[in-house]
Design a protein around this ligand. Structure first.
Ligand code: M3P
Ligand code: FE
Length: 314
């Protein structure tokens, strides 16, 4: 079936102890590995693969790479061909290059973001097991996020200079990797410039999103929670732990998710994403947001764009 889902993100952090306090203590992830370079590997309780987050020590925040898991090893060769036919160079890296993973295909999205496809990652198992499991683990801590849900990447958009990396990424993801478009934002006097896109391979409204900005970067990665109650409690836990909250709990118009935006101690933005949103299917009509209603698309209740939200990213 090709790409199944988001596999992991690799974020750079300035202070590893502070980062672990955030991702383990506040979000409730578990440490599941480390390597000689000082990278720390983490998973959420309902994930079965060994990790969904790699934290790398660095002196500047941001994302090193993002990786998606394909169903079969043979998908890697098929997709490599498709990506190369599209005109993007692919490097095959041997097993273990991505720690605890099999061979992987590495390339850059048209926007420049480093992207991996892999088929195999060491199995760790869900915290509740698979035999007569409890609905959630009793020993969970913090917000106890269930899994890494999606990431949003900022892509260079400068219509005056004819640069639109959102449009280029949309085209590439669709044609080379068979992603489907769930929602888009169209701007400009004629409403014909794609400025943001939410795309999926699974059945949720997005597995990846692209938003136009001044320069490429990492806007956020989001972790799944079940319900609105869980989102409220997660915000309580963040407040108890003095986490810097960017946007308090509310609803997205786009994707219908229940959200909180907040920062890890290095300034990387995280999100909680709760609710199904809707069942995304390949034949679902694409949802379009106009420039006039963009505020409501992002923050449905106020309908107001918060400048810090769109301008601040790593
Ligand atoms: C989401 C989402 C922006 C919109 C973000 C939307 C950055 O994060 O999960 O639907 O404009
Ligand atoms: Fe999001």
């Amino acid at each position: 079936m090709g790409v199944m889902r988001i596999g992991h993100v690799n974020l750079r952090v300035l202070d590893m102890d502070a980062a672990l306090g955030h991702y383990i203590g506040v979000l409730g992830m578990s440490k599941t590995g480390e390597d000689e370079a000082g990278n720390i590997y983490l998973k959420a309780w309902d994930e079965w693969d060994r990790y969904s987050l790699i934290l790398s020590p660095s002196d500047r925040a941001g994302m090193n790479h993002i990786a998606y898991k394909v169903e079969h090893d043979s998908d890697l060769d098929a997709l490599r061909q498709r990506v190369e036919d599209y005109g993007i160079a692919v490097e095959e890296v041997p097993a273990g290059t991505l720690q605890y993973c099999g061979r992987a295909m590495k390339f850059n999205l048209p926007s420049g973001h480093e992207f991996y496809l892999y088929a195999q990652k060491e199995f760790a198992g869900k915290a509740v097991g698979v035999t007569n499991p409890d609905p959630w683990p009793q020993n969970r801590t913090g917000a106890a996020v269930h899994w890494l849900d999606h990431a949003l990447l900022i892509c260079e958009l400068n219509p005056e200079k004819g640069i639109n990396k959102v449009a280029e990424n949309m085209d590439f993801m669709k044609k080379a990797l068979d992603f489907y478009l769930a929602e888009q934002v169209m701007v400009g006097p004629d409403g014909d410039i794609p400025a943001a896109a939410w795309m999926f391979r699974s059945s949720t409204p997005h597995d990846i999103a692209f938003v136009g900005g001044e320069k490429m970067g990492f806007h956020h990665c989001a972790f799944f929670l079940d319900s609105w109650d869980d989102v409220l409690k997660a915000a309580d836990i963040m407040a108890m732990n003095k986490v810097r909250i960017d946007v308090t709990p509310q609803r997205h118009g786009i994707t219908r998710g229940y959200t909180i935006y907040f920062f890890d101690p290095s300034g990387n933005r995280n999100e909680t994403f709760a609710g199904l949103g809707y069942l995304a299917q390949p034949d679902m009509p694409v949802i379009t947001w106009t420039e006039q209603e963009l505020g409501r698309g992002i923050f449905y209740h106020t309908g107001e764009l918060v400048p810090s939200f769109t301008d601040v990213y790593t």
